[in-house]
Design a protein around this ligand. Sequence first.
Ligand SMILES: [Zn+2]
Length: 272
Amino acid sequence: MNAIVLLATLLAQCRRVRSVEYSSFPAYDALIKAGLIEETGVVSSFICNECDQPHDAKIVYEGSQYGYYCPDLGFISKPRSEIIAAQPNLGAFVAQIADALACKRRKSSPIDKDTWRIGAVDSPAGDVVLYLHPTLQDAQDIRDIQAALVGEMKSPFGVVLTSKGTLSVPPYATAQLQDVLSLDPITGKLMAVGDLRTIAGVPEQRNGGRPNDYETALNDLIALRASQGRAMRGRNEEAKALRAEFMAKFPNAKCPSLPTVKRYVTKTRSGS
Ligand SMILES: [Zn+2]
């Protein structure tokens, strides 16, 4: 499971989960390291599967042991490692998205309950404002975000990032986290994989420049990634990563094709 999909899975549950259910995924460690998931004490309840009727039970701490009471079986103790709670750290997540997208007008606290303004990015047609709301799958989600947006400056374009659901609050578009972001396995940093301006519906600008206008920008990007130790070993992988970074950095430029980028990588690596 990729890191952003795992983070979205946790976010979609809108509550703390038991870390032990997810900690076997390699992406879990990456998210902990990035500060995007935090472990916070122990969960408050537990599903008892030990009797005939699975039921929810409150976690208690008794006689130096954690556990819960089952109506049939009495006190059942649970090792602390099995009930450690984990949840997405939304403050850190929002800040890191804003960094990855070089946002202005950032906000480090929710604008209302669970709705966050990540910030805004420039576009030729005006600002594209970005929000995060955990889920957009029912009428309550829509009411919540509409209430949150009342105090916000209106923008002609916007994208609400979410973990689950495709409802939207026009004129803003809705996008799934994994369609816009990925966690770079080498740097452990978030990077943009989708073009938010396109998702937001900003009309594309055709500049009609020479086809190799990208040459300098692309060579600079190749050198930058190499100097930061972020270059992938495989030429194909590196070319893919370069295209993602190029599109995030120059959303209005035409991104060169994969074979073209690969050719540039080869050229740089062979030193010519
Ligand atoms: Zn029970």
